[in-house]
Design a binder for this molecule. Structure first.
Ligand code: PGA
Length: 232
């Protein structure tokens, strides 16, 4: 199981120092990776926890004020990077082409992309989920070799589920993951969206989920520990 923690835009310097010292006390083993905010990445000791980022620039180093390049992330021993999170697609207007460019930068640098895909409530209700996920996947991997495609971890995160407390049924999740695997048969697929210590027993009935992308829960370490202890 891969457990990816997404702190999102949370935790100032002192809060993060406190957070990371508590996180280290749990014996979560190697399969946990922490996607911290970019300022906090510099404070993580990569001998103790795998470092992830939440975003990367579409471009290489250069005159791109405010951007953080894949090579810069790499220099801080970042091993994973979330790409195409629905919050960035929505609030930063990230296009599918932009997400494809970001994945190429990461692949080139040897950082594993965690590609987020997922449908809105409206798309689900209109029966458009599969078509939309297909478009998200195909545009994201455009121009990659088969070997490069296989380096991507996919995170299925229904938009209507993120931060809402709502989750799809296990059957729905399993069917979506099987659908994703028609195009990316050898890739790991995580589930994300309101996964917590109360629904993990239900989610653990899945035969398809390879791990979880955790937002809100990443900030509540006692509940995270309870979640980890219940994963099957
Ligand atoms: P959530 O967020 O666990 O708070 O729903 C997941 C995510 O956005 O990655």
């Amino acid at each position: 199981m891969i457990i990816a923690l997404n702190n999102k835009c949370n935790l100032g310097k002192n809060e993060f120092i406190d957070y990371i010292s508590k996180l280290k006390q749990y014996d979560f083993k190697n399969n946990v990776l922490l996607c911290a905010s970019p300022l906090n990445i510099a404070m993580i000791d990569d001998n103790e926890i795998n470092i992830g980022a939440q975003n990367v620039s579409e471009t290489e180093n250069g005159a791109f004020t405010g951007e953080i390049s894949a090579t810069q992330l790499k220099s801080y021993n970042v091993k994973y990077c979330i790409v195409g999170h629905s919050e960035r697609r929505q609030y930063q207007n990230e296009s599918m082409k932009c997400i494809n460019n970001k994945i190429k930068q990461l692949i080139k640098t040897g950082i594993t992309p965690i590609l987020c895909i997922g449908e809105s409530k409206e798309q689900k209700e209109n029966g458009e989920t599969q078509n939309y996920l297909y478009e998200e996947i195909i545009t994201a991997v455009n121009g990659l070799t088969l070997e490069e495609r296989e380096r991507i971890i996919v995170a299925y995160e229904p938009i209507w589920s993120i931060g809402t407390g709502l989750i799809p049924t296990v059957n729905e999740i399993d069917n979506i993951i099987k659908y994703v695997k028609q195009f990316l048969p050898n890739n790991k697929v995580l589930y994300g969206g309101s996964a917590n210590d109360e629904n993990i027993e239900e989610l653990s009935k899945s035969t398809q989920i390879d791990g979880y992308l955790l937002g809100g829960l990443s900030l509540k370490l006692d509940k995270l520990a309870s979640f980890m202890s219940k994963i099957k």
